[in-house]
Design a protein around this ligand. Structure first.
Ligand code: NAD
Length: 295
């Protein structure tokens, strides 16, 4: 199948690679030429714009940073809706605000374009392995149509969570759990280090017990090595927590832990850590305790 793919960042590039591996033909676009060049080297063909992709592909995936980028690429000048034929399927895999998904879907629907929201969890390693968790909102028939040949070529699971926007609501819930869990690991390791116990030994001792988690396994070693290469950037997690807070306020769900995590992330972003991996929450604890987890 010919698939258009827009947004070739940390996640988009390996997702394109897995779709190529599955035998699909890929036509790609990104505003950063170096990213396009990498996907072309992997076997994709470059297009000049999102509109050009829509003119030749009836299945299109977007993997962009946030709501404004998705609106620009879908609704803007030289965007998807300027080129798309009725019946085109748009799978937006970016993590954006659920309300934005609903707004963009409405505009798509008016032009006969069928859009589902399908954000992912798992980060770069699972994007590379093709084992991401994919959470989907929108028409269930479209979900069934793309599940096996497209979604499960990039993910280990794909769950239909409800109407348009439900995928992104699920993703926000995921991001709250991940942020609080990373902070708990950083807080616990800082406590151990300050009390004179090696965080590596704490990790080895507790990872198999109730405190263990996928987050601890992925982010604990990064904190211990002081390796904050992204991964998932603090800036992107701040974007997700902002969307979670807006959504929570809109539906009447107070999110006190999310609000606290937002301010912790803002603190280290102000110190220049916005492009670090979100495991850099360890830097918040280093700032307030004077003790670094890693050497
Ligand atoms: P990224 O910043 O590495 O990549 C985004 C890409 O979109 C960039 O290459 C950028 O040039 C491109 N882009 C931006 N505006 C564009 C436009 N108008 N037209 C064409 N291309 C445009 O981000 P990422 O880490 O790949 O994340 C993408 C999405 O996936 C985000 O919503 C993020 O929250 C989500 N996500 C990321 C991870 C992760 O670990 N990195 C994990 C799960 C979900």
């Amino acid at each position: 199948m010919k698939i258009g793919f827009i947004g070739l960042g940390i996640m988009g590039k390996p997702m394109v690679r897995n779709l190529l591996k599955a035998g699909h033909e890929l036509v790609v676009f990104d505003v950063i030429k170096e990213n396009v060049d990498i996907s072309v080297k992997d076997g994709a063909r470059a297009a000049a714009s999102a509109k050009a992709i829509a003119q030749e592909c009836t299945t299109i995936i977007t993997m962009l940073p946030n709501s404004p980028h998705v609106k620009t690429v879908v609704l803007g000048e030289n965007g998807i809706l300027e080129g798309a034929k009725p019946g085109t399927i748009l799978i937006d895999m970016s993590s954006i605000a659920p309300l934005a998904s609903q707004e963009v879907e409405k505009a798509c629907s008016a032009k006969g374009v069928k859009m589902i929201d399908a954000p992912v969890s798992g980060g770069e390693p699972k994007a590379i392995d093709g084992t991401m968790s994919i959470m989907v909102g929108g028409d269930k028939k479209i979900f069934e149509q793309v599940k096996d040949d497209i979604l499960l070529k990039m993910g280990g699971s794909a769950v239909h969570c409800g109407a348009i926007g439900a995928g992104n609501t699920t993703k926000l819930a995921n991001q709250v759990v991940v942020a609080v869990n990373i902070a708990a690991v950083a807080e616990a390791f800082t406590l151990a280090k300050r009390a004179g116990v090696d965080p590596q030994l704490v990790f080895d001792a507790i990872k198999g017990g109730l405190a263990g988690s996928t987050v601890m396994n992925a982010k604990g070693p990064m904190m211990i090595a002081s390796n904050f290469k992204p991964g998932f950037k603090i800036d992107l997690h701040i974007k997700d927590l902002g969307n979670a807070l807006d959504t929570g306020h809109g539906v009447g769900a107070p999110l006190p832990l999310t609000a606290l995590l937002m301010e912790m992330m803002q603190t280290i972003r102000a110190d220049g850590a916005g492009q670090d991996d979100h495991s850099a929450l360890a830097k918040y604890y280093a700032k307030v305790s004077g003790t670094k987890i890693g050497d």
